[in-house]
Design a protein around this ligand. Structure first.
Ligand SMILES: Cc1cc2nc3c(=O)[nH]c(=O)nc-3n(C[C@H](O)[C@H](O)[C@H](O)COP(=O)(O)OP(=O)(O)OC[C@H]3O[C@@H](n4cnc5c(N)ncnc54)[C@H](O)[C@@H]3O)c2cc1C
Length: 548
């Protein structure tokens, strides 16, 4: 039998949403090829399809950061699944403007995974293994995987979709962990949420600090309040008596993320026209070929016209100069435009997000940027970009995440209610000095000084190779399958996901999609990216290599 007649042997390590998106894309790409495709999927977790962030078993306190109507991940018609898009699956029109729980999306993804596996289209065999993979190697026969107990292979293709791999604690966290071990204080991760809730049952009356003031902090705040029996009612928080006495979130800039528009009607006011999207795509196309500073010039230039138009239309202050000034600051020092105390800024952004007042420049640019995320991926991801330019564009995108990854209005309103109830304090939120003291930590900012005996870590670690402890990545590094980008970015991959080692393009070699590829790709931390063009590029690459 010639190589061409043989089955395609493929392995996917990590069966979260991206693993599911890749399997679906491969089925579509291989359809009609006449080649039998054998996929071995590996993941130790029970729920395939959902991954840890959308685990169906998590509490209802963890919310999706987009409303139901924006979850745009319908399966390709060619898959012939009976499951449709998420909104149709929910079958409840009242959910359209709501931000569903992440558990609910996880149920949908798990059901979709089962349908894909059980649909058994002609020429496809999928085997699921509940094994954690710890090693990968290659020889003339192909690529192999190893778990604690078995070796699997040979494979023609291996795709790694591990999400955020295990990392070692950063220096600050290491200090806090050893201090906590000595003095009886506690440092706990924000997830898994049920585990945090277990710890929190012993925190009544204590002061709890939270490292981070992003979306995960919103989850933690709900867990430590509603999760412990409290309730929001008539615009205020009603204590259960089980919650901590005080909660102190803090971050490098002390500003909570900015809530998204409350409903579809309001959200549409920030829509960009297709001509504006095309103009931005063209500007981006030139930007990615230029030096970092020129690239940001082009990208910012592409935002001025739509921002000014939308500001005019929504009754905001609309001068081109104001928009350009705002963008100039954002490039140099993201978020430095915000000089108001956190609670004041939060209240102002709530008024904008609920449509009570006209949006300001930052809000408009932030919403435009959210709506351009797919255009951004479309221009950035298929292209090999100079590392410094890529880092500059990614830095700009990361800064604007305070808008583009904003929470539901409800979460922002709840945060204000918790501040008003005296349960949450933002007095030491802005990069406080933190001293190790007997029993825990002392936080100081300006005149304020507050002690806590617990720190909850709500910061997602960066995707840096040198901080990984995940055994599979240690092996990949040791064997020269991976090489890191500089400037705190992730791993080098080609546009179709194939990993580039320190010596370039070895063959055969595994592919990688998702968070660890940040730098080679952009805007990965989204459910849309899991089912988007990256998965299709990988699958098409597999087909073309196989078809020769
Ligand atoms: C707390 C949190 C909340 C988020 N909320 C949202 C949101 O609201 N909306 C949104 O669009 N995005 C959100 N994201 C971004 C989110 O990461 C992606 O949308 C999506 O979960 C990424 O999917 P993935 O398959 O790449 O990774 P994951 O979902 O992490 O899946 C990776 C899988 O790989 C498996 N695995 C890991 N190591 C191995 C190994 N060695 N062997 C075998 N299997 C392994 C894991 O068990 C896991 O199931 C959130 C992220 C976090 C961290």
């Amino acid at each position: 039998m010639s190589d061409k007649d043989r089955d395609l042997r493929c392995a996917i390590v990590g069966l979260g949403p991206r693993g599911l998106g890749a399997i679906e894309a491969l089925i579509v790409a291989m359809a009609g090829s006449g080649i039998t495709t054998r996929i071995d999927g590996f993941d130790p977790v029970e729920w395939a399809g959902s991954g840890p962030n959308f685990l169906p078993e998590q509490t209802s306190q963890c919310l999706l950061n987009i409303p139901t109507r924006e979850v745009d991940i319908a399966p390709a018609p060619a898959l012939k699944l009976s499951i449709g898009d998420f909104e149709g699956w929910l079958a409840n029109p009242a959910e359209r403007d709501c931000f569903p729980t992440r558990a609910r999306l996880g149920e949908y993804l798990a059901e979709r995974f089962s349908q894909v596996v059980n649909s058994r289209p002609h020429g496809l065999v999928i085997n699921r293994h509940t094994a954690r993979i710890i090693d990968l190697d290659s020889c003339d026969e192909g690529l192999f995987l190893t778990s604690e107990t078995e070796r699997y292979g040979p494979y023609d293709e291996i795709l790694l979709t591990l999400g955020q791999p295990e990392t070692k604690p950063d220096d600050q966290m290491s200090r806090w962990l050893s201090h906590a071990a000595k003095c009886g204080a506690e440092v706990r991760p924000a997830y898994p949420d049920r585990k945090l809730l277990e710890y929190a049952r012993n925190w009544a009356g204590r002061t709890i600090a939270i490292r981070g003031l992003g979306l995960s902090t919103m989850d933690v705040l709900r867990l430590l309040t509603v999760g412990l029996g409290g309730a929001f009612s008539d615009g205020r928080y009603i204590r259960s008596g089980q919650e901590p006495a005080r909660i102190l979130p803090f971050s490098l800039d002390g500003q909570p993320p900015v809530p998204k528009p409350v409903n579809e009607d309001l959200d549409q006011r920030f829509d960009i026209t297709s001509a504006e999207a095309d103009a931005f795509a063209a500007a981006l196309g030139t930007a990615i070929t230029g030096a970092p500073s020129d690239a940001l010039d082009m990208i910012c230039g592409g935002l001025v016209e739509p921002a000014t138009r939308i500001l005019h239309a929504t009754g905001g202050q609309a001068s081109v100069i104001a928009v350009k000034d705002w963008l100039a600051t954002e490039r140099e020092n993201p978020g430095a435009q915000e000089t108001r105390p956190p609670v004041e800024a939060l209240r102002a952004n709530i008024a904008i997000a609920s449509g009570e007042v006209a949006p300001d420049v930052g809000y408009v640019i932030g919403q435009i940027w959210r709506k351009l995320q797919n255009v951004l991926r479309g221009g950035f991801n298929p292209t090999a970009i100079d590392t410094d330019t890529a880092a500059a564009i990614i830095g700009f995108d990361e800064g604007l995440k305070r808008y583009s990854y904003g929470p539901p209005l409800r979460s922002a309103q709840e945060l204000v209610m918790l501040v008003e109830a005296g349960l949450v304090s933002l007095l030491v939120a802005d990069d406080p000095d933190i001293e190790l003291v007997g029993g825990g930590w002392r936080f100081r900012e300006g005149d304020a000084e507050l002690d806590s005996s617990v720190i909850v870590d709500a910061v997602i670690p960066p995707a840096i190779l040198e901080s990984l402890t995940e055994p599979l990545f240690l092996k990949l590094q040791e064997k020269g399958f991976v090489s890191a980008l500089p400037d705190g970015l992730g791993l080098r991959t080609e546009p179709d996901g194939r990993l580039l080692g320190p010596h370039g393009k070895a063959s055969p070699r595994p592919s990688l999609l998702g968070r660890m590829a940040i730098g080679s790709v952009i805007a990965v931390d989204s459910i849309h990216d899991c089912f988007g063009a990256s998965a299709k590029r990988w699958a098409n690459g597999v087909r073309s290599r196989r078809s020769g």
